[in-house]
Design a binder for this molecule. Structure first.
Ligand code: ASP
Length: 332
């Protein structure tokens, strides 16, 4: 009966056909450029086009790494470096400014299958904070280094240092002046209102071996003082990766720390068997219940991605294994 196996294969292929065709694309990299994107009219066409172009470059750089068989860690790093170098996002060059007019930068990186992690906070001279976070992970016995000590470590491992003025852009100076004016008018209460976060960057990546990584980088909040550090470099709050889930967050950092957002999402996936969509929605609802807002990007080893937020908009994008790019700033 030589025809039987052929018929069997044919009928299985026919039965699978429609579901294969409609299956969600296998996302290999998701990125964000911060929750709280300005409304389209306020952002303006030039800035919108610039942000979309830089998000596309970051997605393609990460995809190129994975397409060549590179690691999720390298892909997430490559994407975040591009967004740190762009002056349009709140990370690296173009970061928001603290109360003294200085960019004070935080970043973190984590590898899923090993749960190795590195984080840095309060940097003023490291050109690419995510690269230093990675060196902390790979070349030091520590997980988190801050301030002058972190910069001394950077120097010792040959990481590029720049003058603090490198990070400052006219747009961020104007935002700082506006924030100071709001603070004067509200007698300090402005800090307790939603900060209208703009531009923190992050990436979650999946490589051909099914390994995940997450990376996040930020200048934090405009007009911050007293060495304020947000959720980004707090492993489990703004950044987390394990074997089954990777998360990079953006939003009102104080709330994201209190909820342990990134770890909470992955814990729900691991222990409750929830999808990344369900887990992210539940944890963002928890943030909102406490009074916070923001968004997350989440990826699992099957390439299921979710990019929810509860702010006005969130700059975000995905690229699938075939290199198809999807970039959105609002509900567009
Ligand atoms: N989460 C960051 C922080 O609180 C800010 C942001 O995502 O916009 O430092």
């Amino acid at each position: 009966m030589p025809f039987r196996p052929v018929l069997l294969i044919l009928s299985v292929a026919l039965a699978l056909g429609p579901s294969v065709a409609t299956a969600a694309p296998r996302v290999v990299l998701a990125i964000h450029g911060g929750a709280g994107t300005l409304p389209r009219a306020e952002l303006g066409p030039e800035l919108e086009a610039g942000m979309r172009a830089d998000l596309a470059r970051a997605l393609k750089a990460g995809h190129a790494v994975i397409a060549k068989g590179g690691s999720a860690l390298d892909a997430a790093t490559a994407a975040v470096v591009i967004l740190e170098d762009s002056p349009l996002f709140n990370a690296g060059r173009g970061s928001v400014l603290n109360a003294e007019g200085v960019a004070e930068l935080d970043a973190a990186i984590m590898e899923g299958h090993t749960r190795r992690a590195g984080a840095v906070a309060g940097l003023t001279r490291v050109r690419n904070p995510v690269l230093l976070a990675r060196r902390v992970m790979e070349d030091s016995p520590h997980v988190m280094l801050i301030g002058a000590g972190a910069e001394a470590f950077a120097d010792s491992v040959g990481i590029a240092l720049v003058e603090p003025g490198y990070f400052v852009t006219p747009r961020r100076r104007a935002e700082l002046e506006a924030a100071k004016a709001r603070e004067r008018e509200s007698a300090g209460a402005a800090w307790r209102r939603s900060p209208f976060h703009i531009g923190t960057v992050g990436a979650v990546a999946l490589d051909r071996d099914g390994r995940l990584a997450a990376a996040t980088s930020t200048g934090g909040r405009t007009n911050k003082r007293w060495g304020r550090v947000g959720d980004v470099p707090v492993i489990g709050a703004g950044t987390w990766a394990d074997a089954g889930c990777a998360v990079s967050a953006t939003g009102w950092g104080e709330y994201f720390i209190r909820v342990g957002v990134a770890h909470a999402i992955c814990a729900r996936v691991a222990f409750k068997g929830e999808s990344v969509e369900a887990a992210a929605a539940a944890v963002l609802a928890d943030v909102a219940d406490l009074g916070g807002d923001g968004g997350v990007i989440v990826l699992d080893p099957r390439g299921n991605a979710t990019l929810p937020y509860n702010t006005h908009g969130m700059a975000r994008g995905t690229i699938d294994a075939e290199g198809r790019v999807d970039i959105r700033l609002w509900e567009d």
